[in-house]
Design a protein around this ligand. Structure first.
Ligand code: SF4
Length: 359
């Protein structure tokens, strides 16, 4: 990927661009190309969001991965080169909370050197995103950032994050990201009935005209710990209806195949919003995302029951061709369509926790 000029750094022309197309993507059994890789760099988080990592389950004694079991930055980079050879072009760094991993900008810099990679993004809760960290990530090659914020009211937000973390600090992180050139910032709001569903218009109003893109996420039955109930899901259609009644919207075509959010712009020119409707409008047909856990397992769906261990291969001295065969073999056999089958009476297996593989 061509490193993006941060203030003052010259942007070297990337000689590799034409060659990058020499690695066409592998396709799965539903002809979905492997294009996006989500890399979880830690299973730990400093929040305990009730819809993802409830503190009743992820308490002080929870057996998080010891450091020695985490992939090193060098291992992540080597694996990412292999994924790029298999067709990956876009990366998203996630967690847990990825900024808990020290010197993350060093990893961003290493990944930015991989010729085939066209885009590097980060999803964070913003709690550790200082202006200096935002600048360092941008200078290293980070292109885009998504910051989670479920409410503008401390009472609601603290109840959802369960660690008394204030709204103001996340708003400051959004400003820091924007000041560092990571614009537009995407802001993710998970909407849960009975928790923050009455604040949709308030959030929309706050981010209208800022240039940032607010995305409303349907509350999902991820993992096995959040006590998910369908009647606590606010369908995307209902959210759009609420907003459209006040600020008329129009649909925006997707920028690329496999885009997770459906996009809408305000007709009055005050910006864009998105909805991620995994529960009511499944988008498995175009899902081109693989996920790598912090301990080196490859998952082919957010709701998968198990992953394929790549760290074992890495740490027993295999070749890149062996890794490539392992990655492409898994993807070619992929059939995942959990969201399409969610309401069918298919037998249920315990799912991987979202905090383990990133959203
Ligand atoms: S449910 Fe699985 S296959 Fe469907 S869109 Fe989500 S991650 Fe992709």
């Amino acid at each position: 990927m061509t490193p993006q000029p941060s203030a003052g750094s010259p942007s070297p022309a990337s000689p590799a661009a034409p060659a990058a197309r020499a690695n066409p993507p592998v396709h799965d059994e539903r002809q979905r190309p492997l294009r996006d890789l989500r890399i979880s760099v830690t299973d730990r988080c400093n929040f305990r969001c009730t819809y993802c990592m409830p503190k009743e389950v992820f308490g002080p004694d929870f057996p998080f991965l010891p450091h020695a079991e985490l992939l090193t930055f060098e291992e992540i980079t080597r694996l990412t080169r292999v994924f790029a050879r298999a067709g990956v072009r876009k990366l998203r760094l996630t967690g847990g909370e990825p900024l808990l991993r020290r010197d993350l900008e060093r990893l961003v810099g290493m990944l930015a050197e991989i010729p085939d990679i066209e885009d590097i993004a980060l999803t964070t809760n913003g709690s550790l995103l200082t202006p200096a960290k935002a600048q360092a990530l941008r200078a290293a090659g980070l292109r885009r950032i998504t910051i989670s914020l479920d409410s503008l009211r401390d009472e609601t937000f603290m109840a959802l994050n369960a660690v008394h973390f204030p709204v103001q600090k996340v708003l400051a992180a959004i400003d820091a990201a924007a000041a560092a050139g990571l614009q537009p910032v995407k802001v993710n709001m998970v909407v849960k009935r009975g928790a923050n569903d009455r604040e949709v218009l308030e959030m929309a109003n706050h981010f209208r005209g800022t240039g940032h893109i607010l995305r409303f996420i349907e509350y999902m039955d991820v993992g096995n710990s959040n006590g998910w109930r369908l009647d606590e899901v606010v369908p995307a259609a209902e959210i759009l209806q609420q907003i459209n009644a006040v600020w008329p919207l129009e649909a925006v075509p997707p920028e690329h195949p496999g885009e997770v959010a459906s996009r809408y712009r305000y007709r009055d020119g005050q910006g864009e919003i998105g909805v991620v409707a995994s529960v009511t409008q499944a988008f498995c047909h175009s899902c081109n995302r693989a996920r790598l856990s912090a301990d080196g397992r490859l998952f082919t769906c957010l709701f998968a029951a198990a992953g394929t261990d790549l760290r074992g291969l890495l740490r027993t001295g295999c070749s890149d061709d062996d890794l490539y065969a392992a990655v492409t073999g898994v993807w070619r056999r992929r059939r995942d369509r959990y969201s399409e089958l969610r309401f069918l009476a298919t037998p249920r297996q315990p799912k991987v926790e979202m905090s383990f593989i990133g959203g």
